[in-house]
Design a protein around this ligand. Structure first.
Ligand code: BGC
Length: 261
């Protein structure tokens, strides 16, 4: 546990499932107050809130579309009115749609960019505005991916969004570094979450993914949440503008692992 996190207030977007859910739980274990955002999965969000409380934290759930300004404002308002302010904002919500790029509809392209990139901008803007206007120390964590670095054919919209998140994170980290706000990204690799459930249910695809990971296994949401807790805490007080890859080595060019090339 990180003692400085005790009593801090966090917003976690997309907190009803997967990595966001694990981050909410971990923040509960740090005795934080957590605003859990969900889009459609109200039951998942309620369960997540119960877990946060069981872990020793406080929780509020908020339905909101994080690709809109009103959605993000709703999250900040809840943090302020329910818990008295904001310390940590995690832009976690994300989605991906697979399609050969020459077949991607404009609608699907816009949908992915709206959630994965515009949502990160709007969430960061909302949090930054609160931190700066209140002259308050702040912390922003953006969920990126190994695909901010590794090209991903048939997922061009996702890779384009995550590549954008990478430089957006670094840019605002620099812009607000001397105003007591730290901004970092996390780049998960293949993690056992609902976004991957269908793919990993297929043994061939599962084995193929594992073969691309030097550590020979899929990661857990808790392993990503551990990184989020560290970035949120003062233990990482001199860290800003990084992407912390939590990927079992997936970004290390695993095709070279036998010394060939
Ligand atoms: C994606 C997963 C994928 C992983 C590794 C993540 O960003 O959400 O679907 O398995 O990257 O390719």
């Amino acid at each position: 546990m990180y003692s400085d996190l005790n009593g801090k207030v966090a917003v976690v977007t997309g907190g009803s499932k997967g990595i966001g859910n694990a981050i909410a739980k971990r923040f509960g274990g740090e005795h934080m107050s957590v605003v859990i955002n969900y889009h459609t999965d109200e039951v998942g969000a309620q369960k997540a809130a119960k877990v946060v409380e069981d872990e020793g934290g406080r929780a509020a759930i908020v339905q909101a579309d994080i690709s809109t300004e009103e959605g993000n404002k709703k999250l900040l308002d809840t943090a302020i009115h329910e818990f008295g302010g904001l310390d940590v904002w995690v832009n976690n919500a994300g989605m991906e749609i697979k399609s050969p790029t020459h077949k991607v509809s404009l609608e699907d392209w816009d949908k992915v960019i709206a959630v994965d990139q515009r949502g990160v901008f709007l969430g960061s803007k909302t949090a930054l505005d609160y931190f700066v206007s209140n002259d308050k120390k702040g912390n922003i964590i953006n969920m990126s991916s190994v695909h901010e670095q590794i090209p991903w054919p048939t997922f061009a919209s996702y890779a384009a969004a995550k590549g954008g998140v990478k430089l957006f994170t670094k840019t605002i980290a620099m812009e607000y570094a001397n105003q007591n706000v730290r901004v970092n990204a996390i780049g998960p690799g293949a993690i056992n979450t609902p976004i991957n459930a269908e793919k990993f249910a297929d043994k061939k695809q599962y084995d193929k993914t594992v073969s691309m990971i030097p550590m020979d296994r899929i990661g857990t949401p808790e392993e990503v949440a551990a990184g989020a807790a560290w970035l949120a805490s003062d233990e990482s007080s001199y860290v800003t503008g990084i992407t912390l890859f939590i990927d079992g080595g997936m970004t290390l060019y695993p095709a070279f692992k036998d010394g060939e090339g």
